[in-house]
Design a protein around this ligand. Structure first.
Ligand code: PLP
Length: 425
């Protein structure tokens, strides 16, 4: 399969090239040249996660990975479950946080690391990525200890939770971390600038592991199939409404690709916190990002979502019907009351999942069931969840292990020249 640059469709690359390059010319995103149709959806939904994911992904990686190689990639990347958990008669959650860093980003980062290590032959690679929280941990863990791959992670200083920070800044080895004195958008802008600097990019073999990398999105398609397989196994026949807590909109992009492949998702709710560029855009047609504001669902504190052009493209091309997408912004108070409401129903959640729950729960028709994504383990947001619920949470082992470790980050101003010097040093 070929991938073309959404900003310049004369640039067409193979899957391996798209994975290695991350972004195309003029910061354009890569998109598959066509969306295959899977006409055996029912049979696919009977399969297990690994076997099914190989079938779903095979056309996307054709030419670069044999089915055997793809099987190995998928098997080592997806070595933990995605779980549908029923919350009420009308609502279930899709828990994507049972991987090593307790967030859905483990799926994409681990798949990408496995692909990339197969696509390089000894040349040095530097993964430069910006994180609003969970990408950092997922990428750091997925690449930690891989030969010839250096990882540099930028994050907004003081704007992510301490435990989130500890999960990726304490590893050392080939993982270096920089606390930027600015917002996530500043971090993201610095990363983009580095990619535009051809001389730098060449010198250090620059690559990004952000959700702009198509391999991450492909991996994420697989858990939507898994979710519908589990719902089907439970005998669920109502229309599935998927509510996605969104920041950079990678997760929603993957969900739309899943639907385009034939997965029967009935409609989407794009849920955001106060960083509401997309809900305002869908209402008014004006794309006007405000300054990023800090919220308790901080992994979604993004005002200029980098995956939006892919969604825009799918809507324009009518790959996805515009009528199947609605969007809603949820404020801090609603988020907190949703965490409390879920808790009263016997379900422990955290702010990101709660935003997604809240955005759809009151708008379900009789023949619909709502599925919201649990994108992170509640303990990853221990301080906020404890203060909302007024009771202590136990730390899972993954977090307890790093809680006592020392943060190894350096501080840096949001200044590209400083970053450049650091990368070339
Ligand atoms: C990254 C992240 C999100 C946002 O996902 P996008 O794909 O960037 O829209 C939501 N919740 C959590 C916990 C995250 O880490």
């Amino acid at each position: 399969m070929k991938y073309y640059n959404l900003k310049d469709n004369t640039e067409q690359v193979s899957f391996s090239q798209a994975v290695k390059q991350g972004l195309g010319r003029n910061q354009g995103l890569f998109f598959p040249e066509y969306i295959p149709t899977l006409d055996n959806i029912d049979a696919l939904l009977e399969m297990g996660l690994v076997e099914r994911s190989v079938e779903v992904l095979a056309p996307f990686v054709e030419g670069d990975l044999t089915k055997e190689a793809l099987y190995q990639v998928v098997e080592s990347a997806f070595n933990f479950p995605a779980k549908v958990n029923q919350v009420s008669d009308k609502v279930s959650s899709l828990e994507l946080y049972h991987g090593p860093t307790l967030a859905f980003k483990d799926f994409g980062a681990r798949f990408m690391a496995q692909c990339l290590s197969r696509f390089t032959d000894g040349e040095k690679i530097t993964i430069l990525t910006a994180t609003s929280g969970d990408t950092g941990a997922a990428v750091a863990h997925a690449f930690h200890g891989l030969d010839n791959i250096e990882v540099v992670i930028l994050y907004p200083k003081g704007k992510i939770s301490l435990l989130q920070e500890k999960m990726f800044t304490t590893l050392g080895g080939n993982i270096r971390t920089i606390a930027i004195e600015g917002s996530f958008d500043d971090c993201q802008a610095m990363v983009k600038q580095a990619f535009d600097d051809k001389e730098l990019a060449k010198a250090i073999g620059l690559n990004s592991a952000n959700s702009i990398n198509i391999s991450r999105l492909l991996a994420q398609i697989c858990y939507y199939f898994e979710a519908l397989a589990q719902l089907k196994a439970q005998g669920e026949t109502r229309n599935v409404v998927l509510s996605v807590p969104s920041g950079n909109f990678g997760n929603l992009t993957a969900a739309m690709l899943a639907k385009a492949l034939g997965l029967p998702i009935s409609r989407f709710v794009a849920a955001t916190n106060a960083n509401d560029t997309v809900p305002r855009y869908l209402k008014t047609g004006q794309w006007s990002p405000n300054k990023t504001v800090a919220t308790i669902s901080n992994a979604m504190d993004v005002s200029n979502p980098n995956n939006w052009p892919r969604i825009e493209f799918m809507l324009e091309q009518q790959i996805i019907d515009r009528a199947t997408l609605s969007s809603k912004t949820i404020d801090e108070e609603q988020t907190q009351s949703a965490v409390i409401a879920l808790n009263q129903m016997g379900y422990l959640s955290e702010p990101h999942g709660a935003v997604a729950y809240k955005a759809m729960v009151n708008e379900l028709a009789d023949d619909e069931i709502g599925l919201f994504l649990g994108t992170a383990h509640p303990a990853k947001f221990k301080e906020v969840v404890e203060s909302i619920l007024g009771r202590p949470l136990a730390l899972p082992k993954e977090l307890a292990d790093c809680a006592g470790e020392q943060i190894l980050s350096i501080d840096m101003a949001p200044d590209f020249d400083q970053l450049r010097a650091f990368l070339l040093a």
